[in-house]
Write a protein that binds this ligand. Structure first.
Ligand SMILES: [Zn+2]
Length: 294
């Protein structure tokens, strides 16, 4: 028992130390809260939290958090004090081969080890108002290979796609699936006249050509070069009828160029593409941003 009495002074000191620790914790938490406000990474959530905590409003608005949680749960605020690391900038590691012997190179896949994938959407025959929103909701910019025969009735439909960051390229005037049987001059007319049309309606001269259906000959490659194209772009994977089709393997690979179409099943095709893209851990990158063409 005497030993217990003797232990009182040290216990008192321990209580004092504990009180100091509590004060220090409070200071740290206050600092986190304050830096959360300064960081403003989630301004809506921060604002609604402050409002709700002050009892001056419902704390709802556009906050993604329930007002009760925002007002009482410090964890809602604390993450905003820790900024997410920005994605490292992608460095193109593939230079587009030059025009050789008067012919453009042909790419069916970008030979890169970087975790990127490219989405191309073709034709333009079906114009659904929700298609652009689907792209935007998923943060996707795509390369649009449009043919004049499909878009000439309403070229303005694709202007909003361009404004949102997608890029229109050349898919010929008439979309003839027998194009490779045409003489050089006729193939050149198909490509050059569509390049003029794209420039006129979308303000940028295309640099890539996709032959209708995909096949090409040396005459096609020469005609494309003579129209100012930098490459023929084909594909090795496609989103079609609500599922993915692969020419090689059973999943998307780094550098894949994916073919899709403006069709009634656009939403289902996009869902198939997004599932495959996420499963493969690939980032959707705009072809024109990735390949140097000048
Ligand atoms: Zn096509």
């Amino acid at each position: 028992m005497p030993r217990r009495f003797k232990s009182f002074p040290p216990l008192g000191r321990r209580i004092g130390i504990a009180l100091v620790a509590v004060v220090l914790c409070a200071l740290v938490l206050t600092g986190l809260w304050a830096s959360g406000r300064v960081g403003q990474r989630v301004p809506d959530a921060t604002a609604s939290t402050a409002t709700a905590a002050a009892g001056k409003g419902p704390g709802t608005g556009s906050s993604p958090f329930p007002s009760g949680a925002a007002a009482s749960n410090l964890a809602v605020v604390t993450p905003s004090a820790v900024p997410f690391p920005a994605d490292p900038p992608l460095v193109p590691d593939h230079a587009l081969p030059p025009v050789t012997d008067g012919m453009v190179p042909v790419l069916t896949k970008v030979p890169t080890e970087q975790k990127v994938v490219f989405l191309t959407i073709d034709d333009g025959a079906t114009k659904l108002p929700q298609d652009l929103k689907i792209l935007q909701d998923n943060g996707i910019k795509a390369t649009l290979f449009l043919a004049q025969t499909f878009v000439s009735g309403n070229p303005a439909f694709f202007t909003d796609f361009v404004a949102a960051g997608s890029v229109v390229e050349d898919h010929s005037v008439s979309h003839s699936l027998n194009m490779i049987q045409l003489p050089y001059a006729a193939q050149k007319a198909e490509i050059c006249q569509m390049a003029d049309y794209v420039q006129q309606h979308y303000g940028r001269r295309p640099v890539f050509f996709r032959p209708p259906g995909g096949p090409y000959t040396n005459a096609t490659r020469k005609a494309a070069a003579d129209c100012g194209m930098k490459a023929i772009i084909d594909w090795e994977a496609k989103a079609n009828a609500g599922k993915m089709d692969y020419q090689y393997g059973a999943s998307l690979r780094a550098g894949d160029i994916v073919l899709m179409h403006f069709r009634p099943e656009f939403a289902a095709d996009m869902q198939a593409f997004l599932s495959a893209q996420k499963a493969a851990g690939l980032k959707v990158v705009l072809l024109e941003d990735y390949l140097k063409t000048d």
